[in-house]
Design a protein around this ligand. Structure first.
Ligand SMILES: O=P(O)(O)OC[C@H]1O[C@@H](O)[C@H](O)[C@@H](O)[C@@H]1O
Length: 313
């Protein structure tokens, strides 16, 4: 039909940076910048923004964009001798001109394949050759899917190891009205206590101060409930055994230059990750890490979400 916008459109974003807009027939959209291979927007069919981007985000290399879904590779946080969260989020990715066809029959799903190619500078810091292909897909119901395929293409016979996270910033109405279902009773490494290992108590996680925890051996379905919005984010993952939960709270928020002082109230990071145990690939081997996000209306009974109803769906 004339005037209809394309399902996949390459255009200019903030500061003229290239970005790809994905559209779905019922109105959902997603945007991914070639800078960082970073999703910065995911809207539902009502045009509501579901991801958080800082009011002071700097869309200018080499500073990473604060918000959306930064890709942490080949190192999560300071788990190694590279820069914080590795270099993938600080590089310009390219669009794969002829992506492999979708495994399932697709009625023109909106997707784009991005490629991170090793630079000489990065190879000095991390002396391995690899192929990293990221597929961002907006599904027919407005679900957002990210699939990373990382292959070891070393010709020297050497294996390599890496840690990884989809550093997802969820937009929430009020952090003190948010709870996470699915991480109860699990062990976690507390980044605020020298990564010491603790066990989470038995009920849903709520927030009243800074949190920076790596939950280990987590289920592949986690629910984030926004009470005020009556909205539940369902996070599904594959190939990523851990989940990082981070909110800087007020003091640290003030110390982060590209985060508004009050922004911490409207964001929560729940990051599908491989942190506790690094992933190792022999030459020729490929790792696949999948993240699937959906936003569903929360069903409430007397103020409580029935966790089974959400986690079974
Ligand atoms: O400011 P950055 O590099 O994006 O990192 C933000 C946060 O990312 C989180 O994943 C880490 O657990 C925190 O320790 C870190 O502060």
């Amino acid at each position: 039909m004339s005037g209809e916008k394309p399902l996949v459109e390459l255009c200019k974003g903030v500061n003229g940076l290239d970005k790809v807009v994905l559209r779905e027939v019922r109105g959902s959209t997603a945007e991914v910048y070639l800078y960082g291979g970073q999703v910065t927007s995911w809207k539902n069919d009502l045009g509501e923004e579901l991801l958080f981007t800082s009011s002071k985000a700097i869309f200018k290399p080499p500073k990473a964009i604060r918000g959306g879904i930064p890709i942490c590779f080949p190192q999560f946080s300071n788990h190694g001798n590279l820069e914080q969260h590795g270099f993938a989020r600080n590089r310009i990715w390219t669009i794969d001109p002829n992506p492999a066809p979708f495994p399932t029959a697709t009625c023109d799903k909106a997707f784009v394949d991005l490629i991170l190619s090793p630079s000489d500078e990065d190879t000095k810091a991390w002396p391995h050759s690899y192929e990293f292909r990221l597929r961002v897909t907006l599904g027919p119901g407005g679900d957002l899917m990210l699939t990373s395929r990382i292959r070891n293409t070393n010709t020297d016979g050497k294996a390599f190891s890496f840690t990884f996270a989809y550093h997802t910033y969820f937009s929430v109405s009020d952090i003190s009205e948010v709870r996470i279902e699915g991480l109860e009773t699990l062990d976690y490494l507390d980044n605020l206590q020298e990564k010491e290992r603790f066990t989470e108590q038995g009920d849903a996680i709520t927030f009243e101060s800074e949190v920076d925890k790596v939950y280990v051996g987590t289920p592949n379905k986690i629910a984030i409930l926004d009470h005020e919005k009556k909205r539940t984010f369902v996070l599904r993952k594959d190939g990523l055994p851990d989940a990082v939960v981070w909110n800087p709270w007020d003091k640290k928020a003030k110390a982060i230059v590209d985060l508004g002082d009050e922004d911490y109230k409207h964001m929560l990071c729940v990051e599908a990750a491989a942190v506790e145990k690094s992933l190792t690939l022999k030459p020729g081997e490929e790792w696949k890490g999948r993240l699937e996000l959906s936003a569903v209306p929360s069903t409430y009974y007397s103020g409580q979400l029935d966790p089974q109803r959400v986690l079974e769906c």
